[in-house]
Design a protein around this ligand. Structure first.
Ligand SMILES: C[C@@H](N)C(=O)N[C@H](C)C(=O)O
Ligand SMILES: [Zn+2]
Length: 209
């Protein structure tokens, strides 16, 4: 006889007080503002502009957050990169769940956006979208594709790219992995924190944080 399927209900925290209580019981739950913790990090929050795949402003504020241990990893990564003349540029961090719902409705290719039925690691404050910059010039290093290019060439192991783009991409992937930030198979710019399972999905707008 077939066993009934166990259907897990998706938990999304949308109450600010519930979020505060979770931080009180475990400080790792805090959504830390990345720029405050790492002042020399560069931000280019595309979803707070119309320059993104949605072609509309999705965030009211150009800010980036991540859970405390994720920001600790980013701090170490930035330190290591700075010694070599490079730095990070952040495109996105914590993303409220409602935004993932909007992305999924409109995205031309659903392979490049998380399904709201499961939620995104961004909604857990455990994913960041980023690239590398040259510290002196502030310019982005050459990568296989632009950010959020929903193309085959965006894959982390895509072979048919220039030697320079491949070198930069593979260097970024390696330094991120050293600090528990693992690249997403089909997006070279997206990194998931290995402890993401310990954090709830959230739907709290930046303005409240
Ligand atoms: C939309 C893109 N930047 C992204 O973050 N995709 C992943 C799969 C996500 O939505 O979690
Ligand atoms: Zn992402």
């Amino acid at each position: 006889q077939n066993k009934p399927l166990a259907i897990k209900k998706l938990v999304v925290v949308s109450s600010y007080n519930q979020y505060l209580a979770s931080v009180k019981s475990n400080p790792s739950n805090e959504l830390v503002e990345i720029k405050k913790a790492i002042p020399n990090i560069k931000l280019d929050i595309r979803y707070a502009t119309k320059n993104n795949f949605m072609q509309q402003v999705m965030y009211k504020q150009a800010r980036a957050f991540a859970r405390r241990p994720v920001v600790e990893s980013l701090k170490k990564i930035q330190k290591e990169l700075n010694k070599k003349g490079y730095g990070l540029k952040i495109f996105d961090g914590y993303r409220p769940y409602a935004i993932t719902v909007e992305f999924y409705k409109k995205a031309s290719d659903k392979n490049f956006v998380a399904n709201p039925a499961k939620g995104s690691k961004h909604n857990r404050g455990c994913a960041v979208d980023l690239t590398l910059i040259n510290l002196k010039t502030g310019k982005e290093l050459v990568m296989p594709t632009p950010y959020d290019s929903f193309s085959a060439a965006a894959a982390a192991k895509y072979e048919n790219v220039s030697p320079e783009a491949r070198k930069n991409r593979d260097f970024l992937i390696a330094v991120m992995a050293k600090y528990q930030m693992n690249v997403l198979e089909n997006e070279w710019w997206h990194y998931d924190f290995s402890g993401w399972r310990n954090y709830n999905l959230m739907d709290i707008p930046f303005e409240k944080l």
